[in-house]
Design a protein around this ligand. Structure first.
Ligand code: AMP
Length: 188
């Protein structure tokens, strides 16, 4: 069993690396940002509640994230484990993740943290914004997302450092170079 989370600022390359990780290790991918965007696209009640928050780069409330995750974690068909992307994003969410995994007798093995300089993240996101169609990939919202990351998400690292499962990965390089660094941790 391999339950891991991929961590890092917006634009760190979490989605790109996740696609390679889930394929090689046969993991169930739980990306809260993708799930929220699906809710918006389907016009659900949850989607309506979160649309504006996401558009402006804020964080969705803890309880909405919890309800959405409970629905997904307990209904997915079994694989070798879970890969969480974009979650946990606050210290409260880190405790939530422990609780959710405990409920199914599982534990997080690693927090894979992609380390990328801020300016490179901004450049990547602006470039992505040209084709992604995402309402939050514009300069103003990107800045807000990075502030949210620094203030609320970065403290999550400390939680996992103290647990001894924090694994920093140099996130600068080609997709394959970065993936090799991740494999080194996961194949250990
Ligand atoms: P992402 O696709 O991970 O970049 O997330 C896009 C947006 O969805 C974020 O800027 C937040 O508004 C929202 N979001 C995604 N995951 C979470 C989360 N775990 N907690 C709160 N808000 C989230």
């Amino acid at each position: 069993m391999l339950n891991i989370a991929i961590f890092g600022p917006p634009g760190a390359g979490k989605g790109t690396q996740s696609a390679k990780i889930i394929e090689k290790y046969n993991l169930t991918y739980i990306a809260t940002g993708n799930l929220l965007r699906e809710e918006i696209a389907s016009g659900s009640n949850l989607g309506k509640k979160v649309e504006d928050i996401i558009k402006h780069g804020g964080l969705v409330s803890e309880i909405l994230i919890l309800e959405m995750l409970e629905e997904h974690i307990f209904s997915e068909k079994p694989t070798n484990g879970f890969l969480f992307d974009g979650f946990p994003r606050t210290r409260v969410q880190a405790y939530m993740l422990d609780g959710l995994l405990l409920k199914i007798n599982k534990k997080l093995k690693y927090l894979i943290s992609l380390e990328v300089p801020q300016q490179l993240c901004i450049d990547r996101l602006i470039k992505r914004g040209l084709t992604s169609g995402r309402s939050d990939d514009n300069e103003e919202t990107i800045k807000k997302r990075l502030i949210e990351y620094e203030e609320k998400t970065e403290p999550v690292m400390k939680f996992y450092k103290e647990k001894g499962i924090y694994k920093p990965i140099n996130g600068v390089g080609t997709v394959d170079e970065i993936f090799k660094r991740i494999e080194k941790v996961l194949d250990n």
